[in-house]
Design a protein around this ligand. Structure first.
Ligand code: SF4
Length: 169
């Protein structure tokens, strides 16, 4: 059976979602045997962002033109694009500013009046720019959901849609 070609990458983020994958110690030998990790810069050197990929798991928010280029490139090269984690799904930490100020003001408050961010824009989730085939929520995601997704990818499909519990009291 042909191995599933995988890309795993991060945009503006803390890398915690990618770390969740690396923390699946029990499953990693199987993953390495049955998937071809073509591009996973956090965990390998020499990987190339050259598709086609069967799936791309991408964490982080889109915060810079470089992020957007990466997202378009992975979208174009991948049969399935997975928004991996809360930053990718909703903007997450990078998109928060408490509604208090504009990003330029925030930047100058933290880094001084000379700081500027001319080539950036408000961080946003993937769905604002490209079509997304699957979303894993969580900051970081639950390991069980990651393993469930990998198992489904091996079967050439996606996991069943989950319903998430809500607090009632
Ligand atoms: Fe980090 Fe959470 Fe964003 Fe994942 S969702 S990259 S763990 S901040």
């Amino acid at each position: 059976m042909k191995p599933v070609r995988l890309a795993i990458a991060g945009l503006t983020a803390c890398s915690g979602c990618q770390l969740t994958l690396l923390n699946c110690e029990d499953e990693l030998p199987d993953v390495l045997r049955r998937f071809e990790l073509v591009y996973f810069p956090m965990a390998q050197s020499g990987g190339r962002r050259e598709g086609p990929f069967d799936a791309a798991l991408v964490e982080g928010a889109v915060s810079t033109p470089a992020d957007l280029d990466m997202l378009f490139s992975l979208r174009n090269a991948s049969r399935l694009l997975v928004a991996y984690g809360t930053c990718a799904a909703f903007g997450g930490v990078a998109a928060m500013n408490n509604g208090q100020s504009q990003r330029q003001e925030l930047l100058q408050t933290v880094y001084g009046s000379e700081a500027s961010l001319p080539e950036s824009f408000a961080p946003a989730p993937f769905g604002n720019f490209v079509s997304v085939d699957w979303t894993i929520r969580g900051c970081p995601p639950e390991k069980e959901e990651v393993v469930e997704l990998l198992a489904a990818l091996l079967a050439g499909t996606l996991p069943p849609v989950r319903s998430y519990p809500v607090c009632t009291e």
